[in-house]
Design a protein around this ligand. Structure first.
Ligand code: HEC
Length: 114
């Protein structure tokens, strides 16, 4: 039993730091998305943010499969965030923040679109 417990503790120690890092990165993207994008694109990524009514065309729906069919989708999101698009404002964000947002969107909304 003592050996078994030790074994579990070792596995735990080996796994936890990695999981914590992954969660951090994802949390960063989620937090940035919440601060910068939710008001228009919505918590669920479906374009139903509180500011939706002010925009025509409306904020893009990230849960639509067509959105993710675009080639170079990461690059496309990064360019849109940097330059803005139509009535969407441009954002001054370092590339690693944009990457974190893109990763979060892929994780949270791309799956929901399939
Ligand atoms: C003030 C409202 C607003 C905010 C904030 C906002 N967007 Fe948008 N976004 C829009 C609107 C409106 C469109 C559709 C514009 C159009 O099609 O003319 C859009 C379109 C997009 C598109 C598709 C562009 C295209 O060419 O089809 C992407 C990608 C996008 N937004 C990502 C983001 C991300 C990521 C954030 C957060 C960093 C964000 N947006 C924040 C309003 C917003």
């Amino acid at each position: 039993m003592g050996k078994f417990l030790l074994f579990i503790l070792c596995i735990g120690a080996a796994i936890v730091p990695k999981a914590a890092v992954a969660a951090d990165q994802n949390d960063e993207g989620k937090e940035l998305y919440r601060q910068k994008c939710v008001m228009c694109h919505g918590q669920e990524g479906n374009g139903e943010g509180p500011a939706r009514a002010a925009f025509s065309p409306p904020p893009t729906d990230f849960t639509a499969p067509q959105f993710w069919q675009r080639k170079d989708i990461d690059q496309f999101i990064a360019t849109t965030v940097k330059n803005g698009h139509g009535s969407m404002p441009a954002f001054e964000l370092p590339p690693e923040n944009i990457q974190a947002i893109t990763d979060y969107m892929t994780h949270a909304f791309r799956q929901a679109s399939q």
